[in-house]
Design a protein around this ligand. Structure first.
Ligand SMILES: [Zn+2]
Length: 291
């Protein structure tokens, strides 16, 4: 499931011991593919608990990791989180050559919104993002929740189209935001040892999710797809996303911009899922959640 703007939800992942299942699963190898990097909740998660200096530092650490691999990423900003304090981080992300998209005004669950409210959530952020958005106009649903019925899915599609936006789904969905919550808590407790173990488990989780969705595509769709990875602009990625990118590189993956990934036929296939969950686009095409 996709992230929650860094709200400190109770974690159900046992992050403070190395999880052998995750490590074993991440050894699964498949042929390398191509992946686009997308980063949600810009300027940065937990803005109420993060100083502007830290937010800028996390942004710079992540853009440095992207630069090392020549990656142009797409970040999705939450309108109401953009203010005088956080602006520098968003500007640094744009200045590093990355694309900025719209991730709603207040990060609501689309399932709770009226048609008018969804329009307004999207339009307000569009207004705030004017200076950063050019010809590429990308939208990412909060929690990846795109509508609980066919009618609400269609309504969202119509509104995004009216505002000139293209929805950007995810293929490699994951729970990295949850590892971040535990990681930040461990560091705030001064427990570097626990934080290091959580970071190790985060890496294993991300490798496992990558292999899982790659195998799902191969087994259920007949071949691999161009992937879109979701992460958040948070501290665990600031500190460890570079290591994950090194791993993708070592495995032979190549990095592509999101507009190139979106040209894969997966993204023009019928979305067979309507419901409350945020899912990988592979699962949507297959009609529901896969474990
Ligand atoms: Zn989000």
């Amino acid at each position: 499931m996709a992230g929650v703007l860094g709200f400190a939800l109770a974690s159900c992942v046992q992050n403070t011991a190395v999880n052998p299942e995750l490590v074993a699963a991440s050894d699964v190898t498949t042929a390398p593919s191509r992946v686009a990097i997308t980063i949600d909740d810009l300027p940065y998660v937990m803005p109420s608990r993060t100083s502007p200096e830290d937010g800028l530092r996390y942004t710079n650490q992540i853009t440095a990791a992207l630069r090392k691999h020549g990656i142009v990423a797409t970040g999705f900003a939450v309108g109401q989180q953009i203010n005088a304090r956080s602006l520098h981080a968003l500007q640094a992300f744009a200045d590093a050559g990355h694309t900025i998209g719209n991730h709603s005004w207040s990060h609501p669950d689309y399932g709770t919104l009226t048609r008018d409210a969804f329009f307004e959530e999207t339009r307000r952020t569009d207004e705030v993002l004017q200076q950063w958005i050019d010809e590429q106009r990308f939208y990412r649903f909060p929690f990846l929740r795109e509508g609980e019925t066919e009618a609400t899915k269609v309504a969202a599609t119509e509104i995004l189209s009216e505002l000139g936006y293209q929805n950007v789904p995810v293929t490699i969905d994951n729970d990295e935001w949850q590892f971040n919550a535990d990681y930040v808590a461990a560091l705030e407790d001064g427990n570097g040892e626990a934080a290091a173990i959580i970071a190790q488990n985060y890496l294993a989780h991300m490798k496992e999710r990558t292999a899982f969705f790659q195998n799902l595509a191969i087994e259920e769709l007949g071949s691999d797809v161009d992937h879109i990875l979701l992460i958040h602009l948070n501290r665990i990625n600031a500190d460890h996303f570079g290591t994950l990118l090194d791993w993708y590189d070592e495995q032979g993956w190549s990095f592509i911009p999101v507009e190139e990934a979106m040209m894969h036929p997966l993204f023009s296939r019928l979305d067979n899922y309507a419901g409350p969950q945020g899912l990988s686009q592979i699962e949507r095409v297959l009609g529901g959640k896969r474990e």
